[in-house]
Design a protein around this ligand. Structure first.
Ligand SMILES: [Zn+2]
Length: 338
């Protein structure tokens, strides 16, 4: 159960109280100076408004009622996005339930869901959250978590400890402050638009440390733990791309693909264990952990340190290039992936 929540924690080693990201596949300079940085979302103040408008223009219209809001002849996609931003939970274990905002809309001042999102989140945040969700599949809303009761686990075993820890992160989430998102946005928009939208994915800031401690920074739900707030922007950017790598791998079954597996891993049938082979094929120390981290680290290396990935494993480089990046890459002589 919950493959996307288990095994996908990005941890750091630490020295003298500072986080040191020396176990990942790119260093600070490589991340900041990598090619094809896309800042068009920053250059254009109305970027998210225009995303919303272009979706709306091409969409079919329907009448809908969501959590106390009635909208007539509204874009189906915009309605779905608004619902996703204002539902109790979108997680697979439970059906989503709309939060009731009747008190905001009873006077009929909002006739469309963009107005409603601005009413709920604030004028700028409303269109930012909706536009980002439509464009990338990432949902920044922290609404509804306070209404949830974490599931109760019977007993606690070593095996269930990680799941419980992830649930604790998942159910203790707070609203983002906009300045906290800069590094993540740079990570999101450092990837080509052909990768988006992702399957719907929350991006949330947990208020509580992971029970394993501050060396756990994030997971692929995607929950960011408090330790992320201490990291430099480059590493926040890297972590975002690493976690997106998990989301893509999980959705398309790439990290469990036999062709991926056999590059660096083998099964010891006698002991029923997965073992590493080709020790030089791992792009970072963290990639050695398991097939999932191997993929996410290789994915991040493909983006920020492609020469290193190519040197460690041309097979992994080509696997990611062909199956994720439509045959394009970030090597210096090539064009930027679109
Ligand atoms: Zn990971």
């Amino acid at each position: 159960m919950l493959k996307t929540m288990a095994l996908i924690l990005l941890a750091t080693t630490s020295a003298s109280g500072n986080s040191v990201f020396d176990h990942i596949s790119a260093n600070k300079l490589q991340i900041s100076s990598s090619r094809c940085q896309n800042t068009s979302y920053l250059d254009n103040k109305d970027h998210f408004e225009s995303v919303i408008n272009s979706v709306k223009e091409r969409d079919q219209l329907k009448t809908a009622s969501i959590g106390g809001l009635l909208v007539e002849e509204e874009s189906v996609k915009l309605t779905a996005a608004y619902r996703y931003l204002t539902s109790h939970l979108d997680y697979k274990l439970r059906p989503a339930k709309d939060i009731d905002y009747w008190h905001l809309f009873k006077d009929g001042q909002c006739k469309d869901v963009v107005c409603a999102a601005k009413e709920v989140f604030g004028p700028e945040t409303g269109s930012f959250y909706m536009g980002l969700l439509l464009e990338t599949g990432l949902n920044l809303s922290a609404l509804g978590y306070s209404l949830l009761k974490p599931p109760i686990f019977q007993g606690e075993t070593e095996a269930s400890a990680n799941t419980i820890a992830d649930f604790n992160g998942l159910y203790r989430v707070r609203a983002w402050q906009e300045e906290e998102l800069q590094g993540y946005l740079e990570g999101i928009y450092s990837l080509p638009s052909s990768l988006y939208p992702l399957p719907p994915t929350r991006l949330a800031q947990s208020t509580h440390e992971h029970r394993r401690g501050p060396q756990v920074h994030s997971n692929a739900t995607i929950i960011m733990y408090p330790a992320m707030l201490e990291l430099e922007k480059e590493y926040q950017k890297y972590t975002m791309v690493h976690e997106i790598g998990h989301v893509i791998a999980s959705h398309f079954g790439l990290d469990t693909n036999p062709l991926w597996f056999e590059i660096s891993w083998q099964i010891d049938r006698e002991r029923n264990q997965v073992l590493r082979k080709n020790e030089t094929s791992f792009v970072s120390a963290y990639a050695r952990q398991d097939i999932f981290e191997d993929f996410a680290e290789s994915f991040a290396a493909f983006r920020f340190n492609p020469k290193s990935l190519l040197a460690h494993s041309p097979e992994k480089f080509n696997f990611i290039k062909e199956r994720v990046f439509k045959g394009q890459d970030y090597l210096s002589e090539s064009e930027c992936p679109q």
